[in-house]
Design a protein around this ligand. Structure first.
Ligand code: ZN
Ligand code: ZN
Length: 307
């Protein structure tokens, strides 16, 4: 009985240790860049989004996001098939060796000869070359085929930890008469830059926080809100870099998903009326890999919101 208990204990210990070491290794090499929201965590967000008005906080640092921190090999394995036999005369265009020969990134083991085919574009590479390519990049949880630029995986950003919330305002935005207004508020917490930021170890600066964004409370506006929640949870909304307004480095800045920070007047592009705004921001979200497909994963798009 004691022996069995010891075995169980040691098994738990090994599992725990393995989990810890995997987690920290990934965290130190990739910072938060591999953190990806799960379908279920997104689902939580949509549930909240669907029950407007909602006054709770939506964190971008949830436990469920972190559990999706994956190794390069785990991420690759989602998008490739291992080839039993590979073409004799084709080159791997990462290392320029023949696919039938060992990888240029080989380590002298049988793994050097493993060839992967990417699932959608069918381009073939040595497994070790794809891993090396991923490791040399920004490790954003996604991989781009070097031949045809097809993106595999879910793009995630490096916005520091923070919380998003929104509320409904009983007032129309110019050009959106008849609809209420959704006010989104973003808060990012003070901190120090990680391995996936421009100056690791250096503090970052928060200017103009909490930041706000306004949307009309119409069908399309609610769809944009849901997609902005997805972008937020993937840490895509803000990044760290040079502030366009103060020219100061190490600032938390908007990350090319434009928000309307003002309600009245659009002389500087930050307000309303702007009949093209919702379509423009949908396009910007799509560039970051956030599309209606992300809404379809939760009980069908627009449940309760009419989108
Ligand atoms: Zn290769
Ligand atoms: Zn390709």
């Amino acid at each position: 009985m004691v022996e069995i208990m010891k075995k169980v204990q040691s098994l738990f210990y090994r599992l725990f240790r393995n989990h810890q070491s995997t987690y920290t290794a990934q965290f130190s090499s990739a910072g938060v860049s591999l953190i990806r929201p799960t379908v279920s965590s997104s689902g939580g967000g949509f549930q909240q989004a669907l029950s407007l008005p909602y006054s709770g906080k939506i964190p971008n640092y949830t436990e469920s996001s972190q559990s999706h921190t994956k190794s390069a090999e785990e991420i690759l394995s989602c998008y490739v098939t291992e080839l039993g036999a590979c073409p004799q005369n084709e080159d791997c265009c990462i290392c320029f060796e023949k696919l039938a020969e060992a990888s240029g990134h080989g380590k002298g083991t049988s793994e050097d000869h493993v060839v992967y085919q990417l699932e959608r574009c069918s381009h073939m590479y040595h497994k070790l070359c794809l891993l090396a390519l991923y490791e040399s990049g920004q490790k954003k949880g996604s991989l781009q085929c070097p031949a045809c630029k097809t993106i595999y995986g879910e793009m995630t950003g490096n916005c520091p930890d923070g919380e998003m919330e929104y509320r409904l305002i009983n007032r129309a935005l110019p050009g959106n008469e008849g609809a209420k207004t959704i006010e989104i508020v973003y808060n990012v917490f003070e901190g120090v830059q990680g391995a996936n930021h421009p100056n690791p170890g250096h503090p970052f600066y928060l200017q103009g926080f909490p930041r706000v964004g306004y949307l009309p409370d119409c069908d399309k506006g609610r769809k944009v809100l849901q997609l902005l929640i997805v972008a937020w949870k993937r840490r895509l909304t803000f990044t760290i870099g040079r502030s366009a307004t103060t020219n100061r480095d190490n600032c938390v800045t908007w990350n090319e998903i434009h928000h309307k920070s003002e309600c009245q007047g659009n002389h500087n592009g930050h307000g309303f009326p702007d009949p093209k705004y919702l379509d423009n921001v949908l396009g910007e979200l799509a560039v970051h890999g956030v599309t209606e497909k992300d809404l379809g994963t939760v009980g069908g798009p627009g449940r309760g919101l009419g989108v």
